[in-house]
Design a protein around this ligand. Structure first.
Ligand code: PGA
Length: 285
């Protein structure tokens, strides 16, 4: 088993978090060729600028881990059991995921919640298990169309966050990433969320994180947006307040297209950062 030291992965201001979950689409061979192509396309990008991750199917994880260098791209799993071993037919243990080089565990994706009936209580147990095992826990939260129409989206997000993160020990705060993915914005039938909506909900998420972890640590948790992100809207979304990254499905499954989004996003984020610094240096802020 790999004894790689897991790192505190809380955000730095210049870094963008960009990743894709390939859902139940890519075979082992397809995952390998996707990763190799992606790695070649982004090899000049520095780690200080980008936290790049790919979350393939369980069966492709081992091949994925051996086909890329341990450089820029981190690998994640789409789900995980909250126990190390036992009578859990059909589940995958955190120890098994460590064996195949996994660094990130995606938990609470909309399809896990709504197609497979995962509850906040289950997700809470998984988040704790992932953190105890020194994985980065990528906690996905989101409102359904019905919840949005009843004007309870913000309440739903607060509840999902507070339940999942209840009792997280202080030394694990740095290994939490949050992805806001409204269920109604995901997939081919999804309606992309508009900027105003994303900014509003990301503020709710930031405020809730601060209420749970305190100001300094609540601000340090990266918030990613997911749901119909594509080549045309990525730059607008990444410049929204409280938006540290993008979690992308369909539009990232072709390495060339994903690399195009990565470059656009890094460019616009750097441009913004440089502008802020220039204004500060000129004493204009
Ligand atoms: P999409 O998927 O980008 O294809 O809408 C997003 C997700 O499920 O994370």
């Amino acid at each position: 088993m790999k004894k790689e030291k897991m790192q505190n992965t809380s955000k730095s201001d210049n870094k963008v978090y960009l990743g894709t979950n390939t859902k139940m689409y890519k075979s082992i061979a397809q995952t390998v060729s996707f990763l190799q192509a992606l790695e070649a396309l982004v090899e000049d990008i520095k780690e200080e600028m980008l936290e790049l991750f790919v979350i393939p199917s369980f069966t492709a994880l081992e091949a994925a881990d051996t086909c890329i260098s341990k450089g820029l791209i981190k690998l994640g799993a789409q789900n995980m059991c909250w126990e190390e071993q036992g009578q859990f037919t059909g589940e995958i243990s955190p120890l098994m995921l460590k064996e195949v080089g996994t660094r990130i565990i995606e938990l609470g994706h909309s399809e896990r919640r709504h197609t497979f009936g995962e509850t906040d209580e289950m997700i809470h147990k998984k988040v704790h298990c992932a953190l105890n095992q020194d994985f980065t826990s990528l906690l996905c939260i989101g409102d359904t169309k019905a919840e949005k129409e009843c004007h309870i989206a913000s309440e739903v997000l607060r509840i999902q966050l507070k339940k999942a993160l209840f009792g997280v020990p202080e030394d694990k705060f740095g290994n939490i990433w949050v992805a806001y993915e409204p269920a109604w914005a995901i997939g081919a039938e999804g309606v992309p969320a508009d900027s105003e909506w994303i900014a509003l909900q990301h503020q709710v998420i930031r405020d809730t994180l601060i209420s749970i972890f305190g100001k300094e640590r609540g601000i340090a948790v990266p918030i990613l947006y997911g749901g119909s992100v594509n080549q045309n809207n990525a730059e607008d979304i990444i410049t929204l307040p409280n938006t540290d990254g993008l979690f992308i499905g369909r539009s990232a499954w072709d390495a060339d297209k994903f690399a195009e989004i990565i470059r656009k996003v890094i460019h616009v984020k750097n441009y913004r950062q440089n502008t802020v610094e220039t204004v500060k240096n000129m004493g204009l802020h």
